[in-house]
Design a protein around this ligand. Structure first.
Ligand SMILES: Cc1cc2nc3c(=O)[nH]c(=O)nc-3n(C[C@H](O)[C@H](O)[C@H](O)COP(=O)(O)OP(=O)(O)OC[C@H]3O[C@@H](n4cnc5c(N)ncnc54)[C@H](O)[C@@H]3O)c2cc1C
Length: 267
């Protein structure tokens, strides 16, 4: 991790992940990590504005790293009037694994499921998530997910006229782990017409339409922190040049999972 003081301290991604907060937005049962800070950090440290010793090449309000599930974070930010939202993506293709997936989002209390007759409850959804997590989950994050997932779907329906299907019991989308407490045989799988490829193409087009900047082939290489350790930006490479991007409100990290990395899994 790069500091905006004159010291440059390398820390592992695992260390960052341990210190970062799990964001309220988690799609498809996955976490998207965000580090949101006020422009001045409070408590103890200097009141110096962030970025005093870094040369910034670009400044935005919300910086989203990765164009998979994290693309939803960019959509929500811009859709809620955040002025400058930027997505940087390492690859030349948009959407990561998400764009190759079935695109079905597991969302308890999903409106179409309820309309189709599923009597889902917050309590059962939480029991089921905890059983799936087998003691490794963050309960607060699970509650946030359950409490906000359906609101995201309704918001995309009401704002962009997106249609979510498969609340229908005949569609056959049941929870994966039938013996677990809180299981439901249908009604928690929100299915976007056109699958993951259609969904992520739609998200990309909508982001461009509403004014989110997208930089492809721009890998993030480091996080930049202020004197108090708060994340204030990201170092990246664009067109073969190293650049520093300042994020005044929030950095959202959605760079994919690491479930085959035992070290990070145990972090
Ligand atoms: C065939 C298939 C079908 C699936 N179907 C479903 C399904 O229906 N429902 C479901 O819930 N799950 C499904 N899954 C699983 C699901 O797709 C993944 O768990 C999910 O897409 C992972 O999302 P992510 O945002 O974490 O990662 P990704 O979608 O991979 O996004 C990460 C992005 O970050 C970019 N990136 C990485 N490092 C950097 C960097 N340093 N700087 C900038 N960008 C970077 C990557 O290039 C990538 O674009 C399926 C998976 C597959 C393979």
């Amino acid at each position: 991790m790069k500091s905006n003081s004159n010291d440059t301290n390398a820390i592992s991604r695992g260390d960052f992940l341990k210190s970062a907060a799990l964001a309220g937005l988690g799609i498809a049962g996955l976490g998207v990590l965000s580090a949101c800070t006020p422009s001045k950090t409070s408590g103890g440290g200097s009141d110096k504005p962030a970025g005093s010793s870094v040369t910034w090449d670009k400044e935005v309000d919300v910086l989203v790293v990765g164009s998979g599930t994290a693309a939803y974070a960019a959509l929500v930010a811009k859709g809620n009037d955040v002025e400058k939202v930027l997505v940087i993506e390492k690859n030349s293709l948009w959407g990561g694994t998400s764009a190759t997936s079935g695109g079905t989002l597991w969302i308890p209390l999903f409106y179409a499921g309820q309309e189709a007759g599923m009597n889902d409850t917050r309590e059962d959804a939480l029991k089921y998530m905890k059983a799936c997590a087998a003691g490794r989950g963050n309960e607060k994050a699970m509650e946030t997910y359950i409490d906000n997932g359906n609101a995201l779907l309704e918001w995309t329906r009401d704002t962009f006229n997106w249609k979510w299907g498969s609340g229908n019991p005949d569609a056959g989308f049941k929870d994966y782990y039938e013996p677990y407490e809180g299981f439901r045989p249908f009604g928690r799988q929100a299915d976007f017409e056109g699958g993951g490829a259609g969904e992520w193409a739609t998200i990309q087009a909508k982001l461009e339409e509403i004014g989110v900047e997208i930089m492809m082939e721009t890998p993030a290489t480091d996080l930049i922190v202020d004197e108090n350790g708060a994340v204030v930006g990201v170092a990246a490479v664009s067109d073969g040049k190293a650049i520093n991007i300042k994020a005044n409100t929030c950095v959202v990290l959605g760079t994919g999972g690491f479930d085959h990395n035992p070290e990070l899994m145990s972090a």
